[in-house]
Design a protein around this ligand. Structure first.
Ligand SMILES: Cc1cc2nc3c(=O)[nH]c(=O)nc-3n(C[C@H](O)[C@H](O)[C@H](O)COP(=O)(O)O)c2cc1C
Length: 428
């Protein structure tokens, strides 16, 4: 983690999820991060300055016109003497103020005056999140380079179900870590994208490569994925005119031209990066995400001793299934990969249903198939309508054909419908 010794300025907005930020502050402090907090006037209705100050061990700022604060630090300094600004919960109102460049209180003034990266964790009722005005503001902020984590789908305090629930503190922590590591390139200017292709004006998120799951600071669990197919897909989608966000595990490949590439290591980091990159028209999960991670990662290097170290494994999040079931943020076309060593097509069909995606790209990675790490691949496109096998081809040609097929299919896919389900819940 890149958190130790870093300075984070958290801006707490006026939403019910503000209570979760106390847990975030606690975790950041445990990780050795210096945390300063600004609260909006509305935030003080949800959590007290005293609780926040007790957790951060320092004064909470909230008044733009406080003479003492200006004499001590000044609002410009407050926004710049930091490594990252985090807005959590980011209310609809605060997102609107940011998108329009308003500076009518301390929080919005700092957000406008900063020269540092900003990460926001929105939280609001699903109708507020889905409102055209909020979605317009989100697009504006993403274009301005503001980073997003969440919101996630879930039960809400208001009794509805859908997108708008603030990401859990662990996910916000992972997104902060990514932002501090600089794995958050700003979107490429449209001028750098290729004109006239079949995916012009479409946004495509692609995951690629393996994930590394740490055992201790020097050892990790990994797999043999080279990332060649995922990276080739990113290049082919960019060549087709799409805005491409490639989220890559550790690979020995250069970042494809014309693609916004985010490098991550673990499955949790990949999930946070995917969440932050949504919404999109197409999601392609080509990464070989580790199914498990070590529950009890050691802080220091485990020494060779009289017996081998024991560690337990916990299941990693299912990124493909969570994107496919994302409610209103579900891309129109969700594509997964199934690398299997036996009964390849049967497994692929089962995976299509289990994950709720639209297409599975099946490939045989059994011994002798010579696919992992090689420059060639033989895939079968599995849809609910049937099987479309391709011959063995170079991975860049596989990518070109698959992207062409996805561009053909995209217009026939239904628009994702906003989910509306009643239920009880505790927060947004
Ligand atoms: C009980 C209650 C809960 C609220 N929860 C949220 C919320 O989760 N998200 C949101 O965007 N606004 C929420 N609001 C509305 C905001 O508090 C209001 O828009 C406020 O002006 C936001 O101020 P701020 O952006 O400066 O924090 C809530 C209001 C009330 C009374």
């Amino acid at each position: 983690m890149a958190l130790a010794g870093k300075r984070i300025l958290i801006i707490i907005g006026g939403g019910i999820a503000a209570y979760k930020v106390l847990e975030l502050i606690r975790r950041l402090r445990e990780a050795g991060t210096e945390v300063r907090v600004v609260m909006t006037a509305a935030a003080k209705h949800f959590v007290t300055e005293l609780s926040v100050a007790s957790l951060t061990g320092s004064k909470v700022f909230s008044d733009l016109f406080s003479l003492t604060d200006e004499a001590e630090m000044g609002h410009i300094q407050l926004s710049r003497n930091t490594d990252l600004l985090v807005v959590a919960p980011a209310t609809a109102d605060l997102l609107a103020r940011m998108a329009h460049g308003l500076a009518n209180d301390l929080a919005s003034t700092l957000l406008l005056a900063t020269d540092k990266k900003i990460l926001v964790a929105p939280a609001m009722n699903l109708r507020m999140w889905l409102a055209p005005a909020t979605q317009r503001n989100v697009r504006t902020l993403k274009n301005d380079g503001v980073l997003f984590v969440g919101p996630e789908d879930g039960d809400m305090a208001c009794g509805e179900y859908g997108p708008g629930r603030m990401s859990e503190p662990a996910n916000i922590l992972a997104a902060i870590d990514q932002a501090l590591k600089g794995n958050t390139a700003l979107p490429l200017p449209p001028a750098l994208r290729r004109e006239g292709g079949a995916l012009m004006g479409k946004r495509v998120i692609i995951t690629s490569g393996p994930t590394h799951e740490p055992i201790d600071p020097v050892r990790y669990i990994a797999n043999r994925s080279s990332g060649k197919q995922g990276h080739a897909l990113a290049a082919a989608a960019a060549a087709a005119g799409a805005e491409v966000i490639l989220i890559s595990g550790p690979v020995a490949l250069p970042d494809p031209d014309g693609v916004e590439t985010h490098r991550i290591e673990t499955a949790l980091e990949m999930r946070a990066a995917v969440e932050a990159a949504l919404p999109a028209d197409i999601f392609i999960g080509a990464a070989a995400v580790a199914d498990w991670r070590v529950a009890n990662t050691a802080e220091g290097k485990i020494k060779k001793g009289f017996r081998p170290p024991g560690f337990s494994l916990v299941e990693n999040p299912d990124i493909l299934a969570s994107v496919a079931r994302h409610g209103s943020m579900r891309p129109r076309l969700v594509v997964g990969f199934a690398a299997e060593t036996a009964d390849v097509l049967a497994h692929a069909r089962a995976k299509l249903e289990r994950k709720g995606c639209d297409i599975i790209v099946a490939n045989d990675v059994s011994a002798g198939s010579d696919v992992m790490g090689s420059d060639e691949n033989q895939i079968t496109i599995v849809t609910r309508a049937g099987l479309e096998p391709l011959p063995r081809l170079r991975k860049d040609e596989v990518a070109r054909r698959l992207i062409t097929r996805l561009a053909d299919l995209l217009p026939s896919m239904p628009e994702p419908a906003p989910m509306a389900k009643t239920g009880s819940g505790s927060d947004v």
